[in-house]
Design a protein. Structure first.
Length: 130
């Protein structure tokens, strides 16, 4: 299952052109074997967040910062509007319109986790559009 999170607030949204990185944009993979964070990644436009493995009974949050990592906030909300955390693996497609956004994943409350994460820009067409 893929869940789309539109963080622009104006769906439908056409993401900005030109994410810096390879032709497919930035890529980050990380392994979490204890509570903690993945390294921050500056990413914009359309991208995917994939989480696989065993969360060890813990919960994972998608975090975002607009001030170079000084302050972090949970990006997704549940149906009641509360910050959402995830207790099983997932694959999300995200739209981020802000060029200054940093993303990371935070694992907390885990016992012996073995989690693999991947954040990558969606492939771009020959015109540079995601």
């Amino acid at each position: 299952m893929i869940e789309v999170i539109d963080l622009s607030g104006n769906a439908p949204h056409v993401p900005p052109r030109g994410t810096i990185g390879s032709p497919n944009g930035p890529l980050q993979t990380a392994t979490l074997t204890a509570d903690g964070d993945t390294p921050p990644l500056r990413i914009t436009g359309k991208f995917n967040i994939d989480v696989a493995g065993d969360l060890g009974g813990g919960s994972l949050s998608i975090m975002r910062s607009f001030d170079s990592g000084l302050i972090w906030a949970i990006t997704s909300r549940d149906s009641a509007g509360n910050p959402a955390t995830y207790t099983s693996t997932f694959n999300f497609a995200v739209i981020e319109p802000n060029n200054a956004a940093l993303y990371k994943l935070r694992l907390s409350g885990a016992t012996a986790p073995a989690v693999t994460t991947r954040i990558q820009s969606s492939p771009r067409d020959r015109y540079g559009n995601a």
